[in-house]
Design a protein around this ligand. Structure first.
Ligand code: GDP
Length: 321
């Protein structure tokens, strides 16, 4: 990917897309095509077709998606399946029609079965039932992976799907009804500290295990994958057991209860934790096996506690004020 290559980052206002833009700019890429959702509704087939025909991007990072935490995913399933299917189908299809050289499709490890063996390998996809709370999102993302694979097989495209674990960082969603656990806890602890509240409620039992990664590490991995030499890249696309699919994990696994204690310390809240077991736990464990990515020479850099401090700094500077 030359420094003047035309690169479309779909979803550049989101946490993942904006981190990819920061990474590309740091790396000297200047020819970025960026459209807000009001300028280009990616769910609109004819608008996406016209955009690709006019802009002719050479590389695409597909980070546009409807995402959310466990409650948003389970209560707004229709929006999750419709928006994600429409966005990715239009972008992947037009990327093929307009000769895009490489496309990176971003999803999440929610695509894997609820009781997948741990750590979860790419080959565990579709081997048993999904976690019901996010099955609509997962099925949409699985359709996108299959679209990448089948386009590669039938049309010779070079589209790769990368599945990160639970992400967090600058630009995260801090709306308590729609957010994921880490931003929710940062906000809850911060507000409890400000108001002098005696306790903070953590959803579920606190026992589920999750693997967290700072979004800047994902952006770094995304560029790394886009820049892989042809031989390694083709090998990823051609794997016979799980073609065009790669996990992007940090290996930093922690229980929700211990995560809550870490956030409590970072924020400096001195009250108690209360577990609300009427709220769902979701899948018990979701640790990705990232050995394929590690074998290529990539590893995360940001350790969880440092990353949580960074996210909290962003929350206080950009969100609260
Ligand atoms: P998941 O990884 O897809 O299950 O999504 P989440 O990040 O929403 O939730 C991860 C785990 O954190 C689940 O077990 C939640 O019940 C738990 N959790 C604890 N407190 C919260 C909270 O305030 N918000 C969210 N979203 N999850 C929480």
């Amino acid at each position: 990917m030359k420094s003047d290559a035309k690169i479309f980052v779909a979803g550049h206002r989101g946490m993942v897309g904006s981190a990819i833009v920061r990474k590309l700019e740091q790396a000297g890429y200047r020819n970025l095509v960026l459209k807000t959702s009001s300028e280009l509704d990616l769910r609109n087939q004819s608008a996406v077709a016209a955009f690709f025909e006019q802009e002719q991007p050479e590389y695409v990072f597909l980070a546009a998606a409807r995402v959310g935490g466990i409650i948003a995913n389970s209560t707004r399933k229709a929006e999750f399946i419709y928006d994600n299917l429409m966005i990715q189908t239009n972008v992947i299809h037009e990327a093929w029609k307009n000769g895009v050289q490489r496309l990176l499709f971003l999803g999440s490890t929610c695509i894997y079965p609820k009781f997948a063996p741990q750590p979860i390998r790419e080959t565990d996809l579709l081997t048993s039932p999904l976690e019901p709370s996010n099955d609509a999102y997962a099925i949409a993302k699985i359709a996108g992976i299959v679209q990448c694979r089948t386009y590669n097989q039938q049309y010779g495209t070079r589209f790769l799907a990368a599945m990160p674990n639970n992400l967090y960082g600058p630009g995260d969603n801090y709306d308590l009804t729609g957010s994921h656990v880490l931003p929710a806890l940062l906000r809850k602890f911060h507000e409890a500290k400000q108001s002098g509240s005696p306790n903070v409620t953590v959803w579920g039992t606190g026992t589920p295990l999750r693997e967290f990664m700072h979004v800047d590490d994902l952006a770094d991995a995304s560029l790394f994958l886009m820049l892989l030499d042809d031989g390694c890249y083709e090998e990823l696309l051609m794997y016979s057991d799980a073609p065009a699919l790669i996990n992007v994990g940090s290996g930093q696994e922690i229980s929700i209860a211990n995560l809550a204690r870490m956030v409590q310390q970072v924020v400096g809240f001195e009250g108690e934790l209360v577990f609300d077991t009427d709220k769902p736990d979701g899948t018990p464990r979701k640790l990705a096996d990232s050995s394929r990515l590690h074998a290529l020479g990539w590893k995360h850099r940001i350790e969880l506690e440092d990353g949580v401090r960074d996210a909290y700094r962003w929350f206080v500077e950009q969100y609260v004020s």
